[in-house]
Design a binder for this molecule. Structure first.
Ligand SMILES: [Zn+2]
Length: 683
């Protein structure tokens, strides 16, 4: 009765809010009783004196975990209404159910105290103004949090203990199933087993996850469904890149039982929302690893090797796997000037080159950081490689040939298995059809359709198998043997891809360092072998196109020595007599000599005799335009001779000058113009 006295008319005038919550959808489904009891609180509110229309049920948080308030819109609504002072009492089955985090609960209780809101649960009525009630509620909240913690840790502990024995069961990856005793065994379905085994085979073959996807083109790959309508069933579909990565990085296929490979943690986003992130732990931090727990598709060593290979393929983390381009040393070539790795540049109009572009990007380039055409380097490295490969290595090439044949068998084996399955399914459909009561037409008809469908499927698969079994062109073993004996030919063969050449190179060579002489044409090529040996070769850098076409120094020297006294024609004759040629390899002529003079600023011999002037000089002296002078020469009124390079030389003694001046003074019909540049004005 004393509890009821806490309810005043002020409370009854406001709302009674019933807050209904179940953490998970499973709880919602299974704890119907509890949900019903929560809804029944509305009746309790009416019994305590609230009018029916003042009772509000907030149930939008059903199936939402109480661990954080962010996701729960119902809880937010509740807090909002309390803040507005609309609420007289909050009804909940337990106070702890209002909020699972004590921070959220404390905040709500504080707000309730400020707005004089009562809390009602199955145990009683709490007035937040009363110290005892506040203490009790705080304690209940703390207890519930402790309870959650203890429950979780007990569960985790039990789980961990089972995992340490390798007995904790979790969904198996495709290719494995549990037997009747709960042990992990390889899937007895041979088609599934073959598909998984072939995935690993294809990775060993192609060396990349994309390669595996390519190898499975047109072939199905199994997938086991977890949860949902297809739970536990095997579905067949296309093999994707991400699935390949998933299978290759799953230690279960190496026969290991691993627990705790992934860790999920809750993170606060910049906008304050809380999300759960799952990340893979490094192998050293996996809590439980039991090797040889079940039969593996590959060995643990192969698993580790695959992992390394995948990492080496990952260009996002700085790895530089062999690519398709022509540059042989791509990815393993370093600059001797700054020590950085050099990038390969492919241009449409030029040979590819190794370029120290990173040093330029970082502004740390040295004088030796240069670009080198790939052709010279690659030729040298390839020659070294072919010399280094001992005849024993040929055996490797033969093993590779066997692998090709084996792969062919594997893929036709997969088809055979599919045909077998189709045959079995057709037979089963036929049996079902015959067993059915013929009078039951509806069922008989659908069974017949099903049987027909299965037969069609069988036919299609058989046709596919027949196509696959047809003899395909494949190099004969003798042919490969002959090729292997002559490795240089194999290396140069068109059928050898650039990628394969690079792989072979990387198998033996760890890196190549290019050191350019900053001032000369010398290039030092250092090759470091995987065996630890190192060697260095010095070669001449190939000339750049402009350099290659430069005039030979001897010719330039001759022109510089004789140039001031000889005409261009004379020089050309001299150069030809000396057997010198231009940069392009052509014999010298006057034009070529004139170009060299221009580039190297070599003066020409004076071409005017004593007392001679050029056309321009005559025009300037008389104050007429050059056109007038040319007119006089053209009409025989002024003598001139042709000098070197066809330039006009005019003998200009005083009597000729006098005659000209008179002609200018008397002239009426020849237009006289003062040369603009010399007289500084126009007429
Ligand atoms: Zn460099």
């Amino acid at each position: 009765m004393s509890a009821q006295r806490k309810i005043t008319s002020s409370h009854l005038e406001r709302l009674a809010v019933v807050y209904v919550r179940q953490s998970t959808l499973a709880q919602v489904r299974e704890n119907i009783r509890s949900t019903e009891r929560q809804y029944a609180l509305a009746d309790e509110a009416a019994r305590l004196g609230w009018a029916r229309e003042r009772v509000v049920i907030v149930d939008s948080d059903l199936g939402v975990s109480g661990r954080d308030a962010q996701a729960r819109s119902g809880f937010k609504e509740l807090v909002g209404r309390v803040c507005c002072g609309e609420v007289g009492a909050i009804f909940g089955l337990e106070v702890s159910r209002l909020a699972r985090s004590s921070a959220d609960l404390q905040r709500l209780l504080e707000l309730c105290a400020l707005t004089d809101t009562l809390i009602v649960d199955a145990d009683g009525i709490y007035d937040l103004h009363s110290f005892n009630d506040r203490l009790l509620l705080g304690l209940k909240g703390t207890m519930s949090e402790a309870e959650l913690h203890i429950l979780a840790s007990r569960l985790q502990g039990a789980k961990r203990a089972a995992a340490e024995r390798g007995a904790l069961r979790f969904p198996l990856p495709v290719g494995y199933v549990f037997d009747e005793d709960g042990a992990t065994i390889v899937d007895p379905d041979e088609e599934v087993e073959a598909a998984v085994a072939d995935l690993f085979g294809a990775f060993a073959q192609t060396g990349s996850a994309y390669g595996v996807v390519g190898a499975f083109e047109g072939r199905r790959f199994p997938k086991r469904a977890y949860g949902g309508a297809w739970a536990g069933e095997l579905r067949w579909g296309r093999l994707t890149h991400s699935r390949v990565i998933g299978v290759l990085s799953n230690p279960a296929y190496a026969g290991a039982y691993v627990f705790g490979r992934f860790r999920s943690r809750r993170v606060v986003q910049p906008d304050g929302t809380i999300t759960t992130k799952t990340s893979e732990l490094p192998r050293a931090e996996w809590p439980v690893v039991i090797r040889d727990h079940h039969p593996g598709y590959i060995t643990w060593e192969a698993y580790l090797a695959n992992e390394q290979r995948l990492a080496a393929n990952n260009t996002q983390h700085g790895a530089r796997p062999p690519r398709e381009g022509r540059a042989l040393c791509q990815g393993i070539v370093r600059c001797g000037g700054c020590g950085r790795s050099m990038s390969t540049i492919h241009r449409a109009d030029q040979n590819p080159s190794y370029d120290c572009s990173r040093s330029r990007a970082d502004h740390v380039q040295t004088a030796g950081c240069r670009s080198v055409s790939t052709s010279v380097v690659d030729e040298l490295v390839a020659r070294g490689l072919l010399q280094a490969i001992a005849p024993e290595e040929v055996a490797l090439a033969l093993a590779a040939a066997d692998e090709v044949a084996e792969r062919r068998t594997r893929s036709s084996r997969a088809l055979e298995l599919r045909v077998e399955r189709a045959r079995y399914e057709a037979a089963r459909a036929e049996r079902a059809f015959h067993q059915c009561d013929p009078d039951n037409r509806l069922v008989a008809r659908s069974l017949e359709t099903r049987w027909e469908g299965k037969l069609r499927e069988l036919q299609e698969t058989e046709a596919e198998l027949a196509e696959q079994s047809a003899p395909a062109p494949e190099p004969a073993r003798e042919q490969i043997e002959a090729l292997a004996r002559d490795l240089p030919a194999l290396w140069a063969a068109d059928s050898t891809s650039e990628k394969d050449r690079k792989r072979l190179l990387r198998a033996l060579v760890s890196d190549v360092t290019l050191t350019s002489d900053p001032h000369g044409p010398e290039l030092r090529v250092g090759i470091r072998w995987r065996s630890g040996a190192a060697e260095e070769h010095t070669i001449g850098r190939p000339k750049r196109p402009a350099e290659a076409r430069r005039t030979p120094t001897a010719a330039v020297e001759l022109i510089a020595r004789l140039g001031p006294e000889r005409t261009d024609e004379q020089l050309a004759a001299e150069l030809q007599a000396a057997g010198l040629r231009t940069g392009s390899g052509l014999p010298f002529d006057a034009r070529a000599v004139r170009w060299v003079r221009h580039v190297h600023r070599i003066p020409s011999p004076p071409f005017l005799h004593d007392g001679e002037l050029t056309v321009v000089e005559v025009a300037e002296r008389l104050g007429v335009s050059v056109g007038v002078v040319y007119y006089w020469i053209g009409h025989g009124q002024l003598d001139a001779r042709r000098g070197p390079a066809n330039r006009l030389c005019i003998p200009f003694p005083p009597e000729v000058e006098k005659a000209c001046r008179e002609r200018v003074a008397n002239s009426v019909h020849i237009p006289i113009r003062v040369k603009i540049a010399t007289a500084g004005g126009a007429v």
